[in-house]
Design a protein around this ligand. Sequence first.
Ligand code: 6R9
Length: 669
Amino acid sequence: MSEALANLLNETRQFPPPAELAADANVKADAYAEAEADRLAFWERQAGRLTWAKQWDQVLDWSNPPFAKWFVGGQLNVAYNCLDRHVEAGLGDKVAIHWEGEPGDTRTITYAELHRLTCQAANALTDLGVTAGDRVAIYLPMVPEAAVAMLACARIGATHSVVFGGFSADALTNRIQDATAKVVITADGGFRRGKPSALKPTVDEAVAKCPSVEHVLVVRRTGEDVAWSEKDHWWHETVETASPEHTAQPFDAEHPLFILYTSGTTARPKGILHTTGGYLTQTSYTTHAVFDLKPETDVYWCTADIGWVTGHSYIVYGPLSNGATQVMYEGTPDTPHKGRFWEIVDKYKVTILYTAPTLIRTMMKWGEDIPAGYDLSSLRLLGSVGEPINPEAWIWYRQHVGRGELPVVDTWWQTETGAIMISPLPGVTAAKPGSAMTPLPGIVADVVDDQGQSVPNGGGGYLVLREPWPSMLRTIWGDDDRFIETYWSRFGAGAGGVESGREAGAEGSRGWVYFAGDGAKKDDDGHIWLLGRVDDVMLVSGHNISTTEVESALVSHPSVAEAAVVGATDPTTGQAIVAFAIPRGSTDTAGDAGEQLIADLRNHVAKTLGPIAKPRQIMLVPELPKTRSGKIMRRLLRDVAEHRSLGDVTTLQDSSVMELIASGMSGGK
Ligand code: 6R9
């Protein structure tokens, strides 16, 4: 890793915050010093932004690492903090959700209505026998009921497990079984790509194999016929007829709030467990700090699906705990046309937009004429999450969506971290395109070498977190050993095994280091650049080369919108670089023009990064395999590059993509 190429570090553009935003920012530069002076007191102040039924006795109990307890002895109700307290403050008529269905139907839901629906759902779940600590699986499209279902679970202390609406019956079955869920909340279907897409048949198939499930609640969305069994209840006959009176009961700060299975780009999915007080503290604070959210005036839109952690933290818990007005959209960005996102920004006068690099690169592919056709002048802040954002995509986003003026916050975090960890602060940081910049106040991150030693500025290695943080995962559901093994055994006190860690823990339990699984670099100013998953790093003739850097070099060519790079076994170099590139909209790729472009791209990479990084082979492809949260599944591309049959494709967004790519490969260069 330390030998990784220095390309990204040559990126010297830097964009200070707009003066007006800086002057009026929710969080200013002093937050860093404050947090550094006393980290726990800092988080204690952020916890104070919430309403607690009982004050905590201790901010952090780290006496049994890596099992943390935050705000020990404190009690609160998450739904109360997201709903009741706003209604009690007289904000009941304020819009919580502007919902836009894919076919163009809309719903406007105020805080008072969201509160009423949540109370009804809480009563209905209680009537179905759900009590605090029970698990409820949620398998819904992007409809307001998804947020209501999550909040209703939180309200009664049930632990939700949201499963992506696109996952197969097998994936759903495994997740229901792992959590032994008692109830499943689903819908007849949702609208995707202009037509109804059924969900209920998948649930029926899964529930048949899951004896733990006693009831299934079904939201009617598409109106299509569904099979019915005695376990099934219509949402509109159960929830919407229930009493709207419900008093939220406080739960312990460490009460389990939800389980979320990681996207599973590689191994067996892990049920990441999050708890109540610390999680809400950090999601709420980061929404306030990183998006500079002003609940009175902003219209916020996070384009994520609720089945991804981004939907949990930055559609439901972060924005609602801050009393935000937000947009929620059901469908795909190109239905019925490629300007749909910009039409929505224009229609609702969205001020803060939070989306993923994959989306930005897709928009690059479609061309800047599309956003140019809409009035985007309401926007004041742009965010990115999910993958490293290539400098060219960052610049394109700022230029063509942000009028060349708006701050872009590139936010690094994970399902496991629960909330944003490394990101610019929009009123403080002079951001560099492609860098997540600095750990947020109260977060201690570092880049270390193989031995776990901090690398100097200019060096590369592994991203680690050195101190516990409030929204950290508490364990992997039902598997404490795997939790320790996966995240805490590579560096620090846990590296010698759990027992030696426990002994080291005797003198103050310091030295436990969380390994995030990502490669990273510190530039000469100490700013952090993410380089992708370490599992994806390529070893070419003894040199470590990060996929992110070669991909960024390809995307910096004017004809390339998006690229994915993998290391394929090679008899001479150990691994050789195989690249898959999506040309920009207007590029001619037929016949000789395509051959010429491939030759140009190989030379372009060699010139940008050095000859060692020249791809052995470049494929021009129409699409790339991605998870539903937009992450490129390089594992599948490696299978193609090495002419293997495809591995597990259950988390793939669109399986036809792989056929397209594989058929091109057999005939391609
Ligand atoms: C929130 C989320 C986590 C992994 C993470 C990293 C990648 C996310 C990123 C980023 C570079 C960013 N990742 N944000 N890489 N820059 N701003 O995505 O959670 O689905 O669990 O994925 O995503 O590799 O380790 P999750």
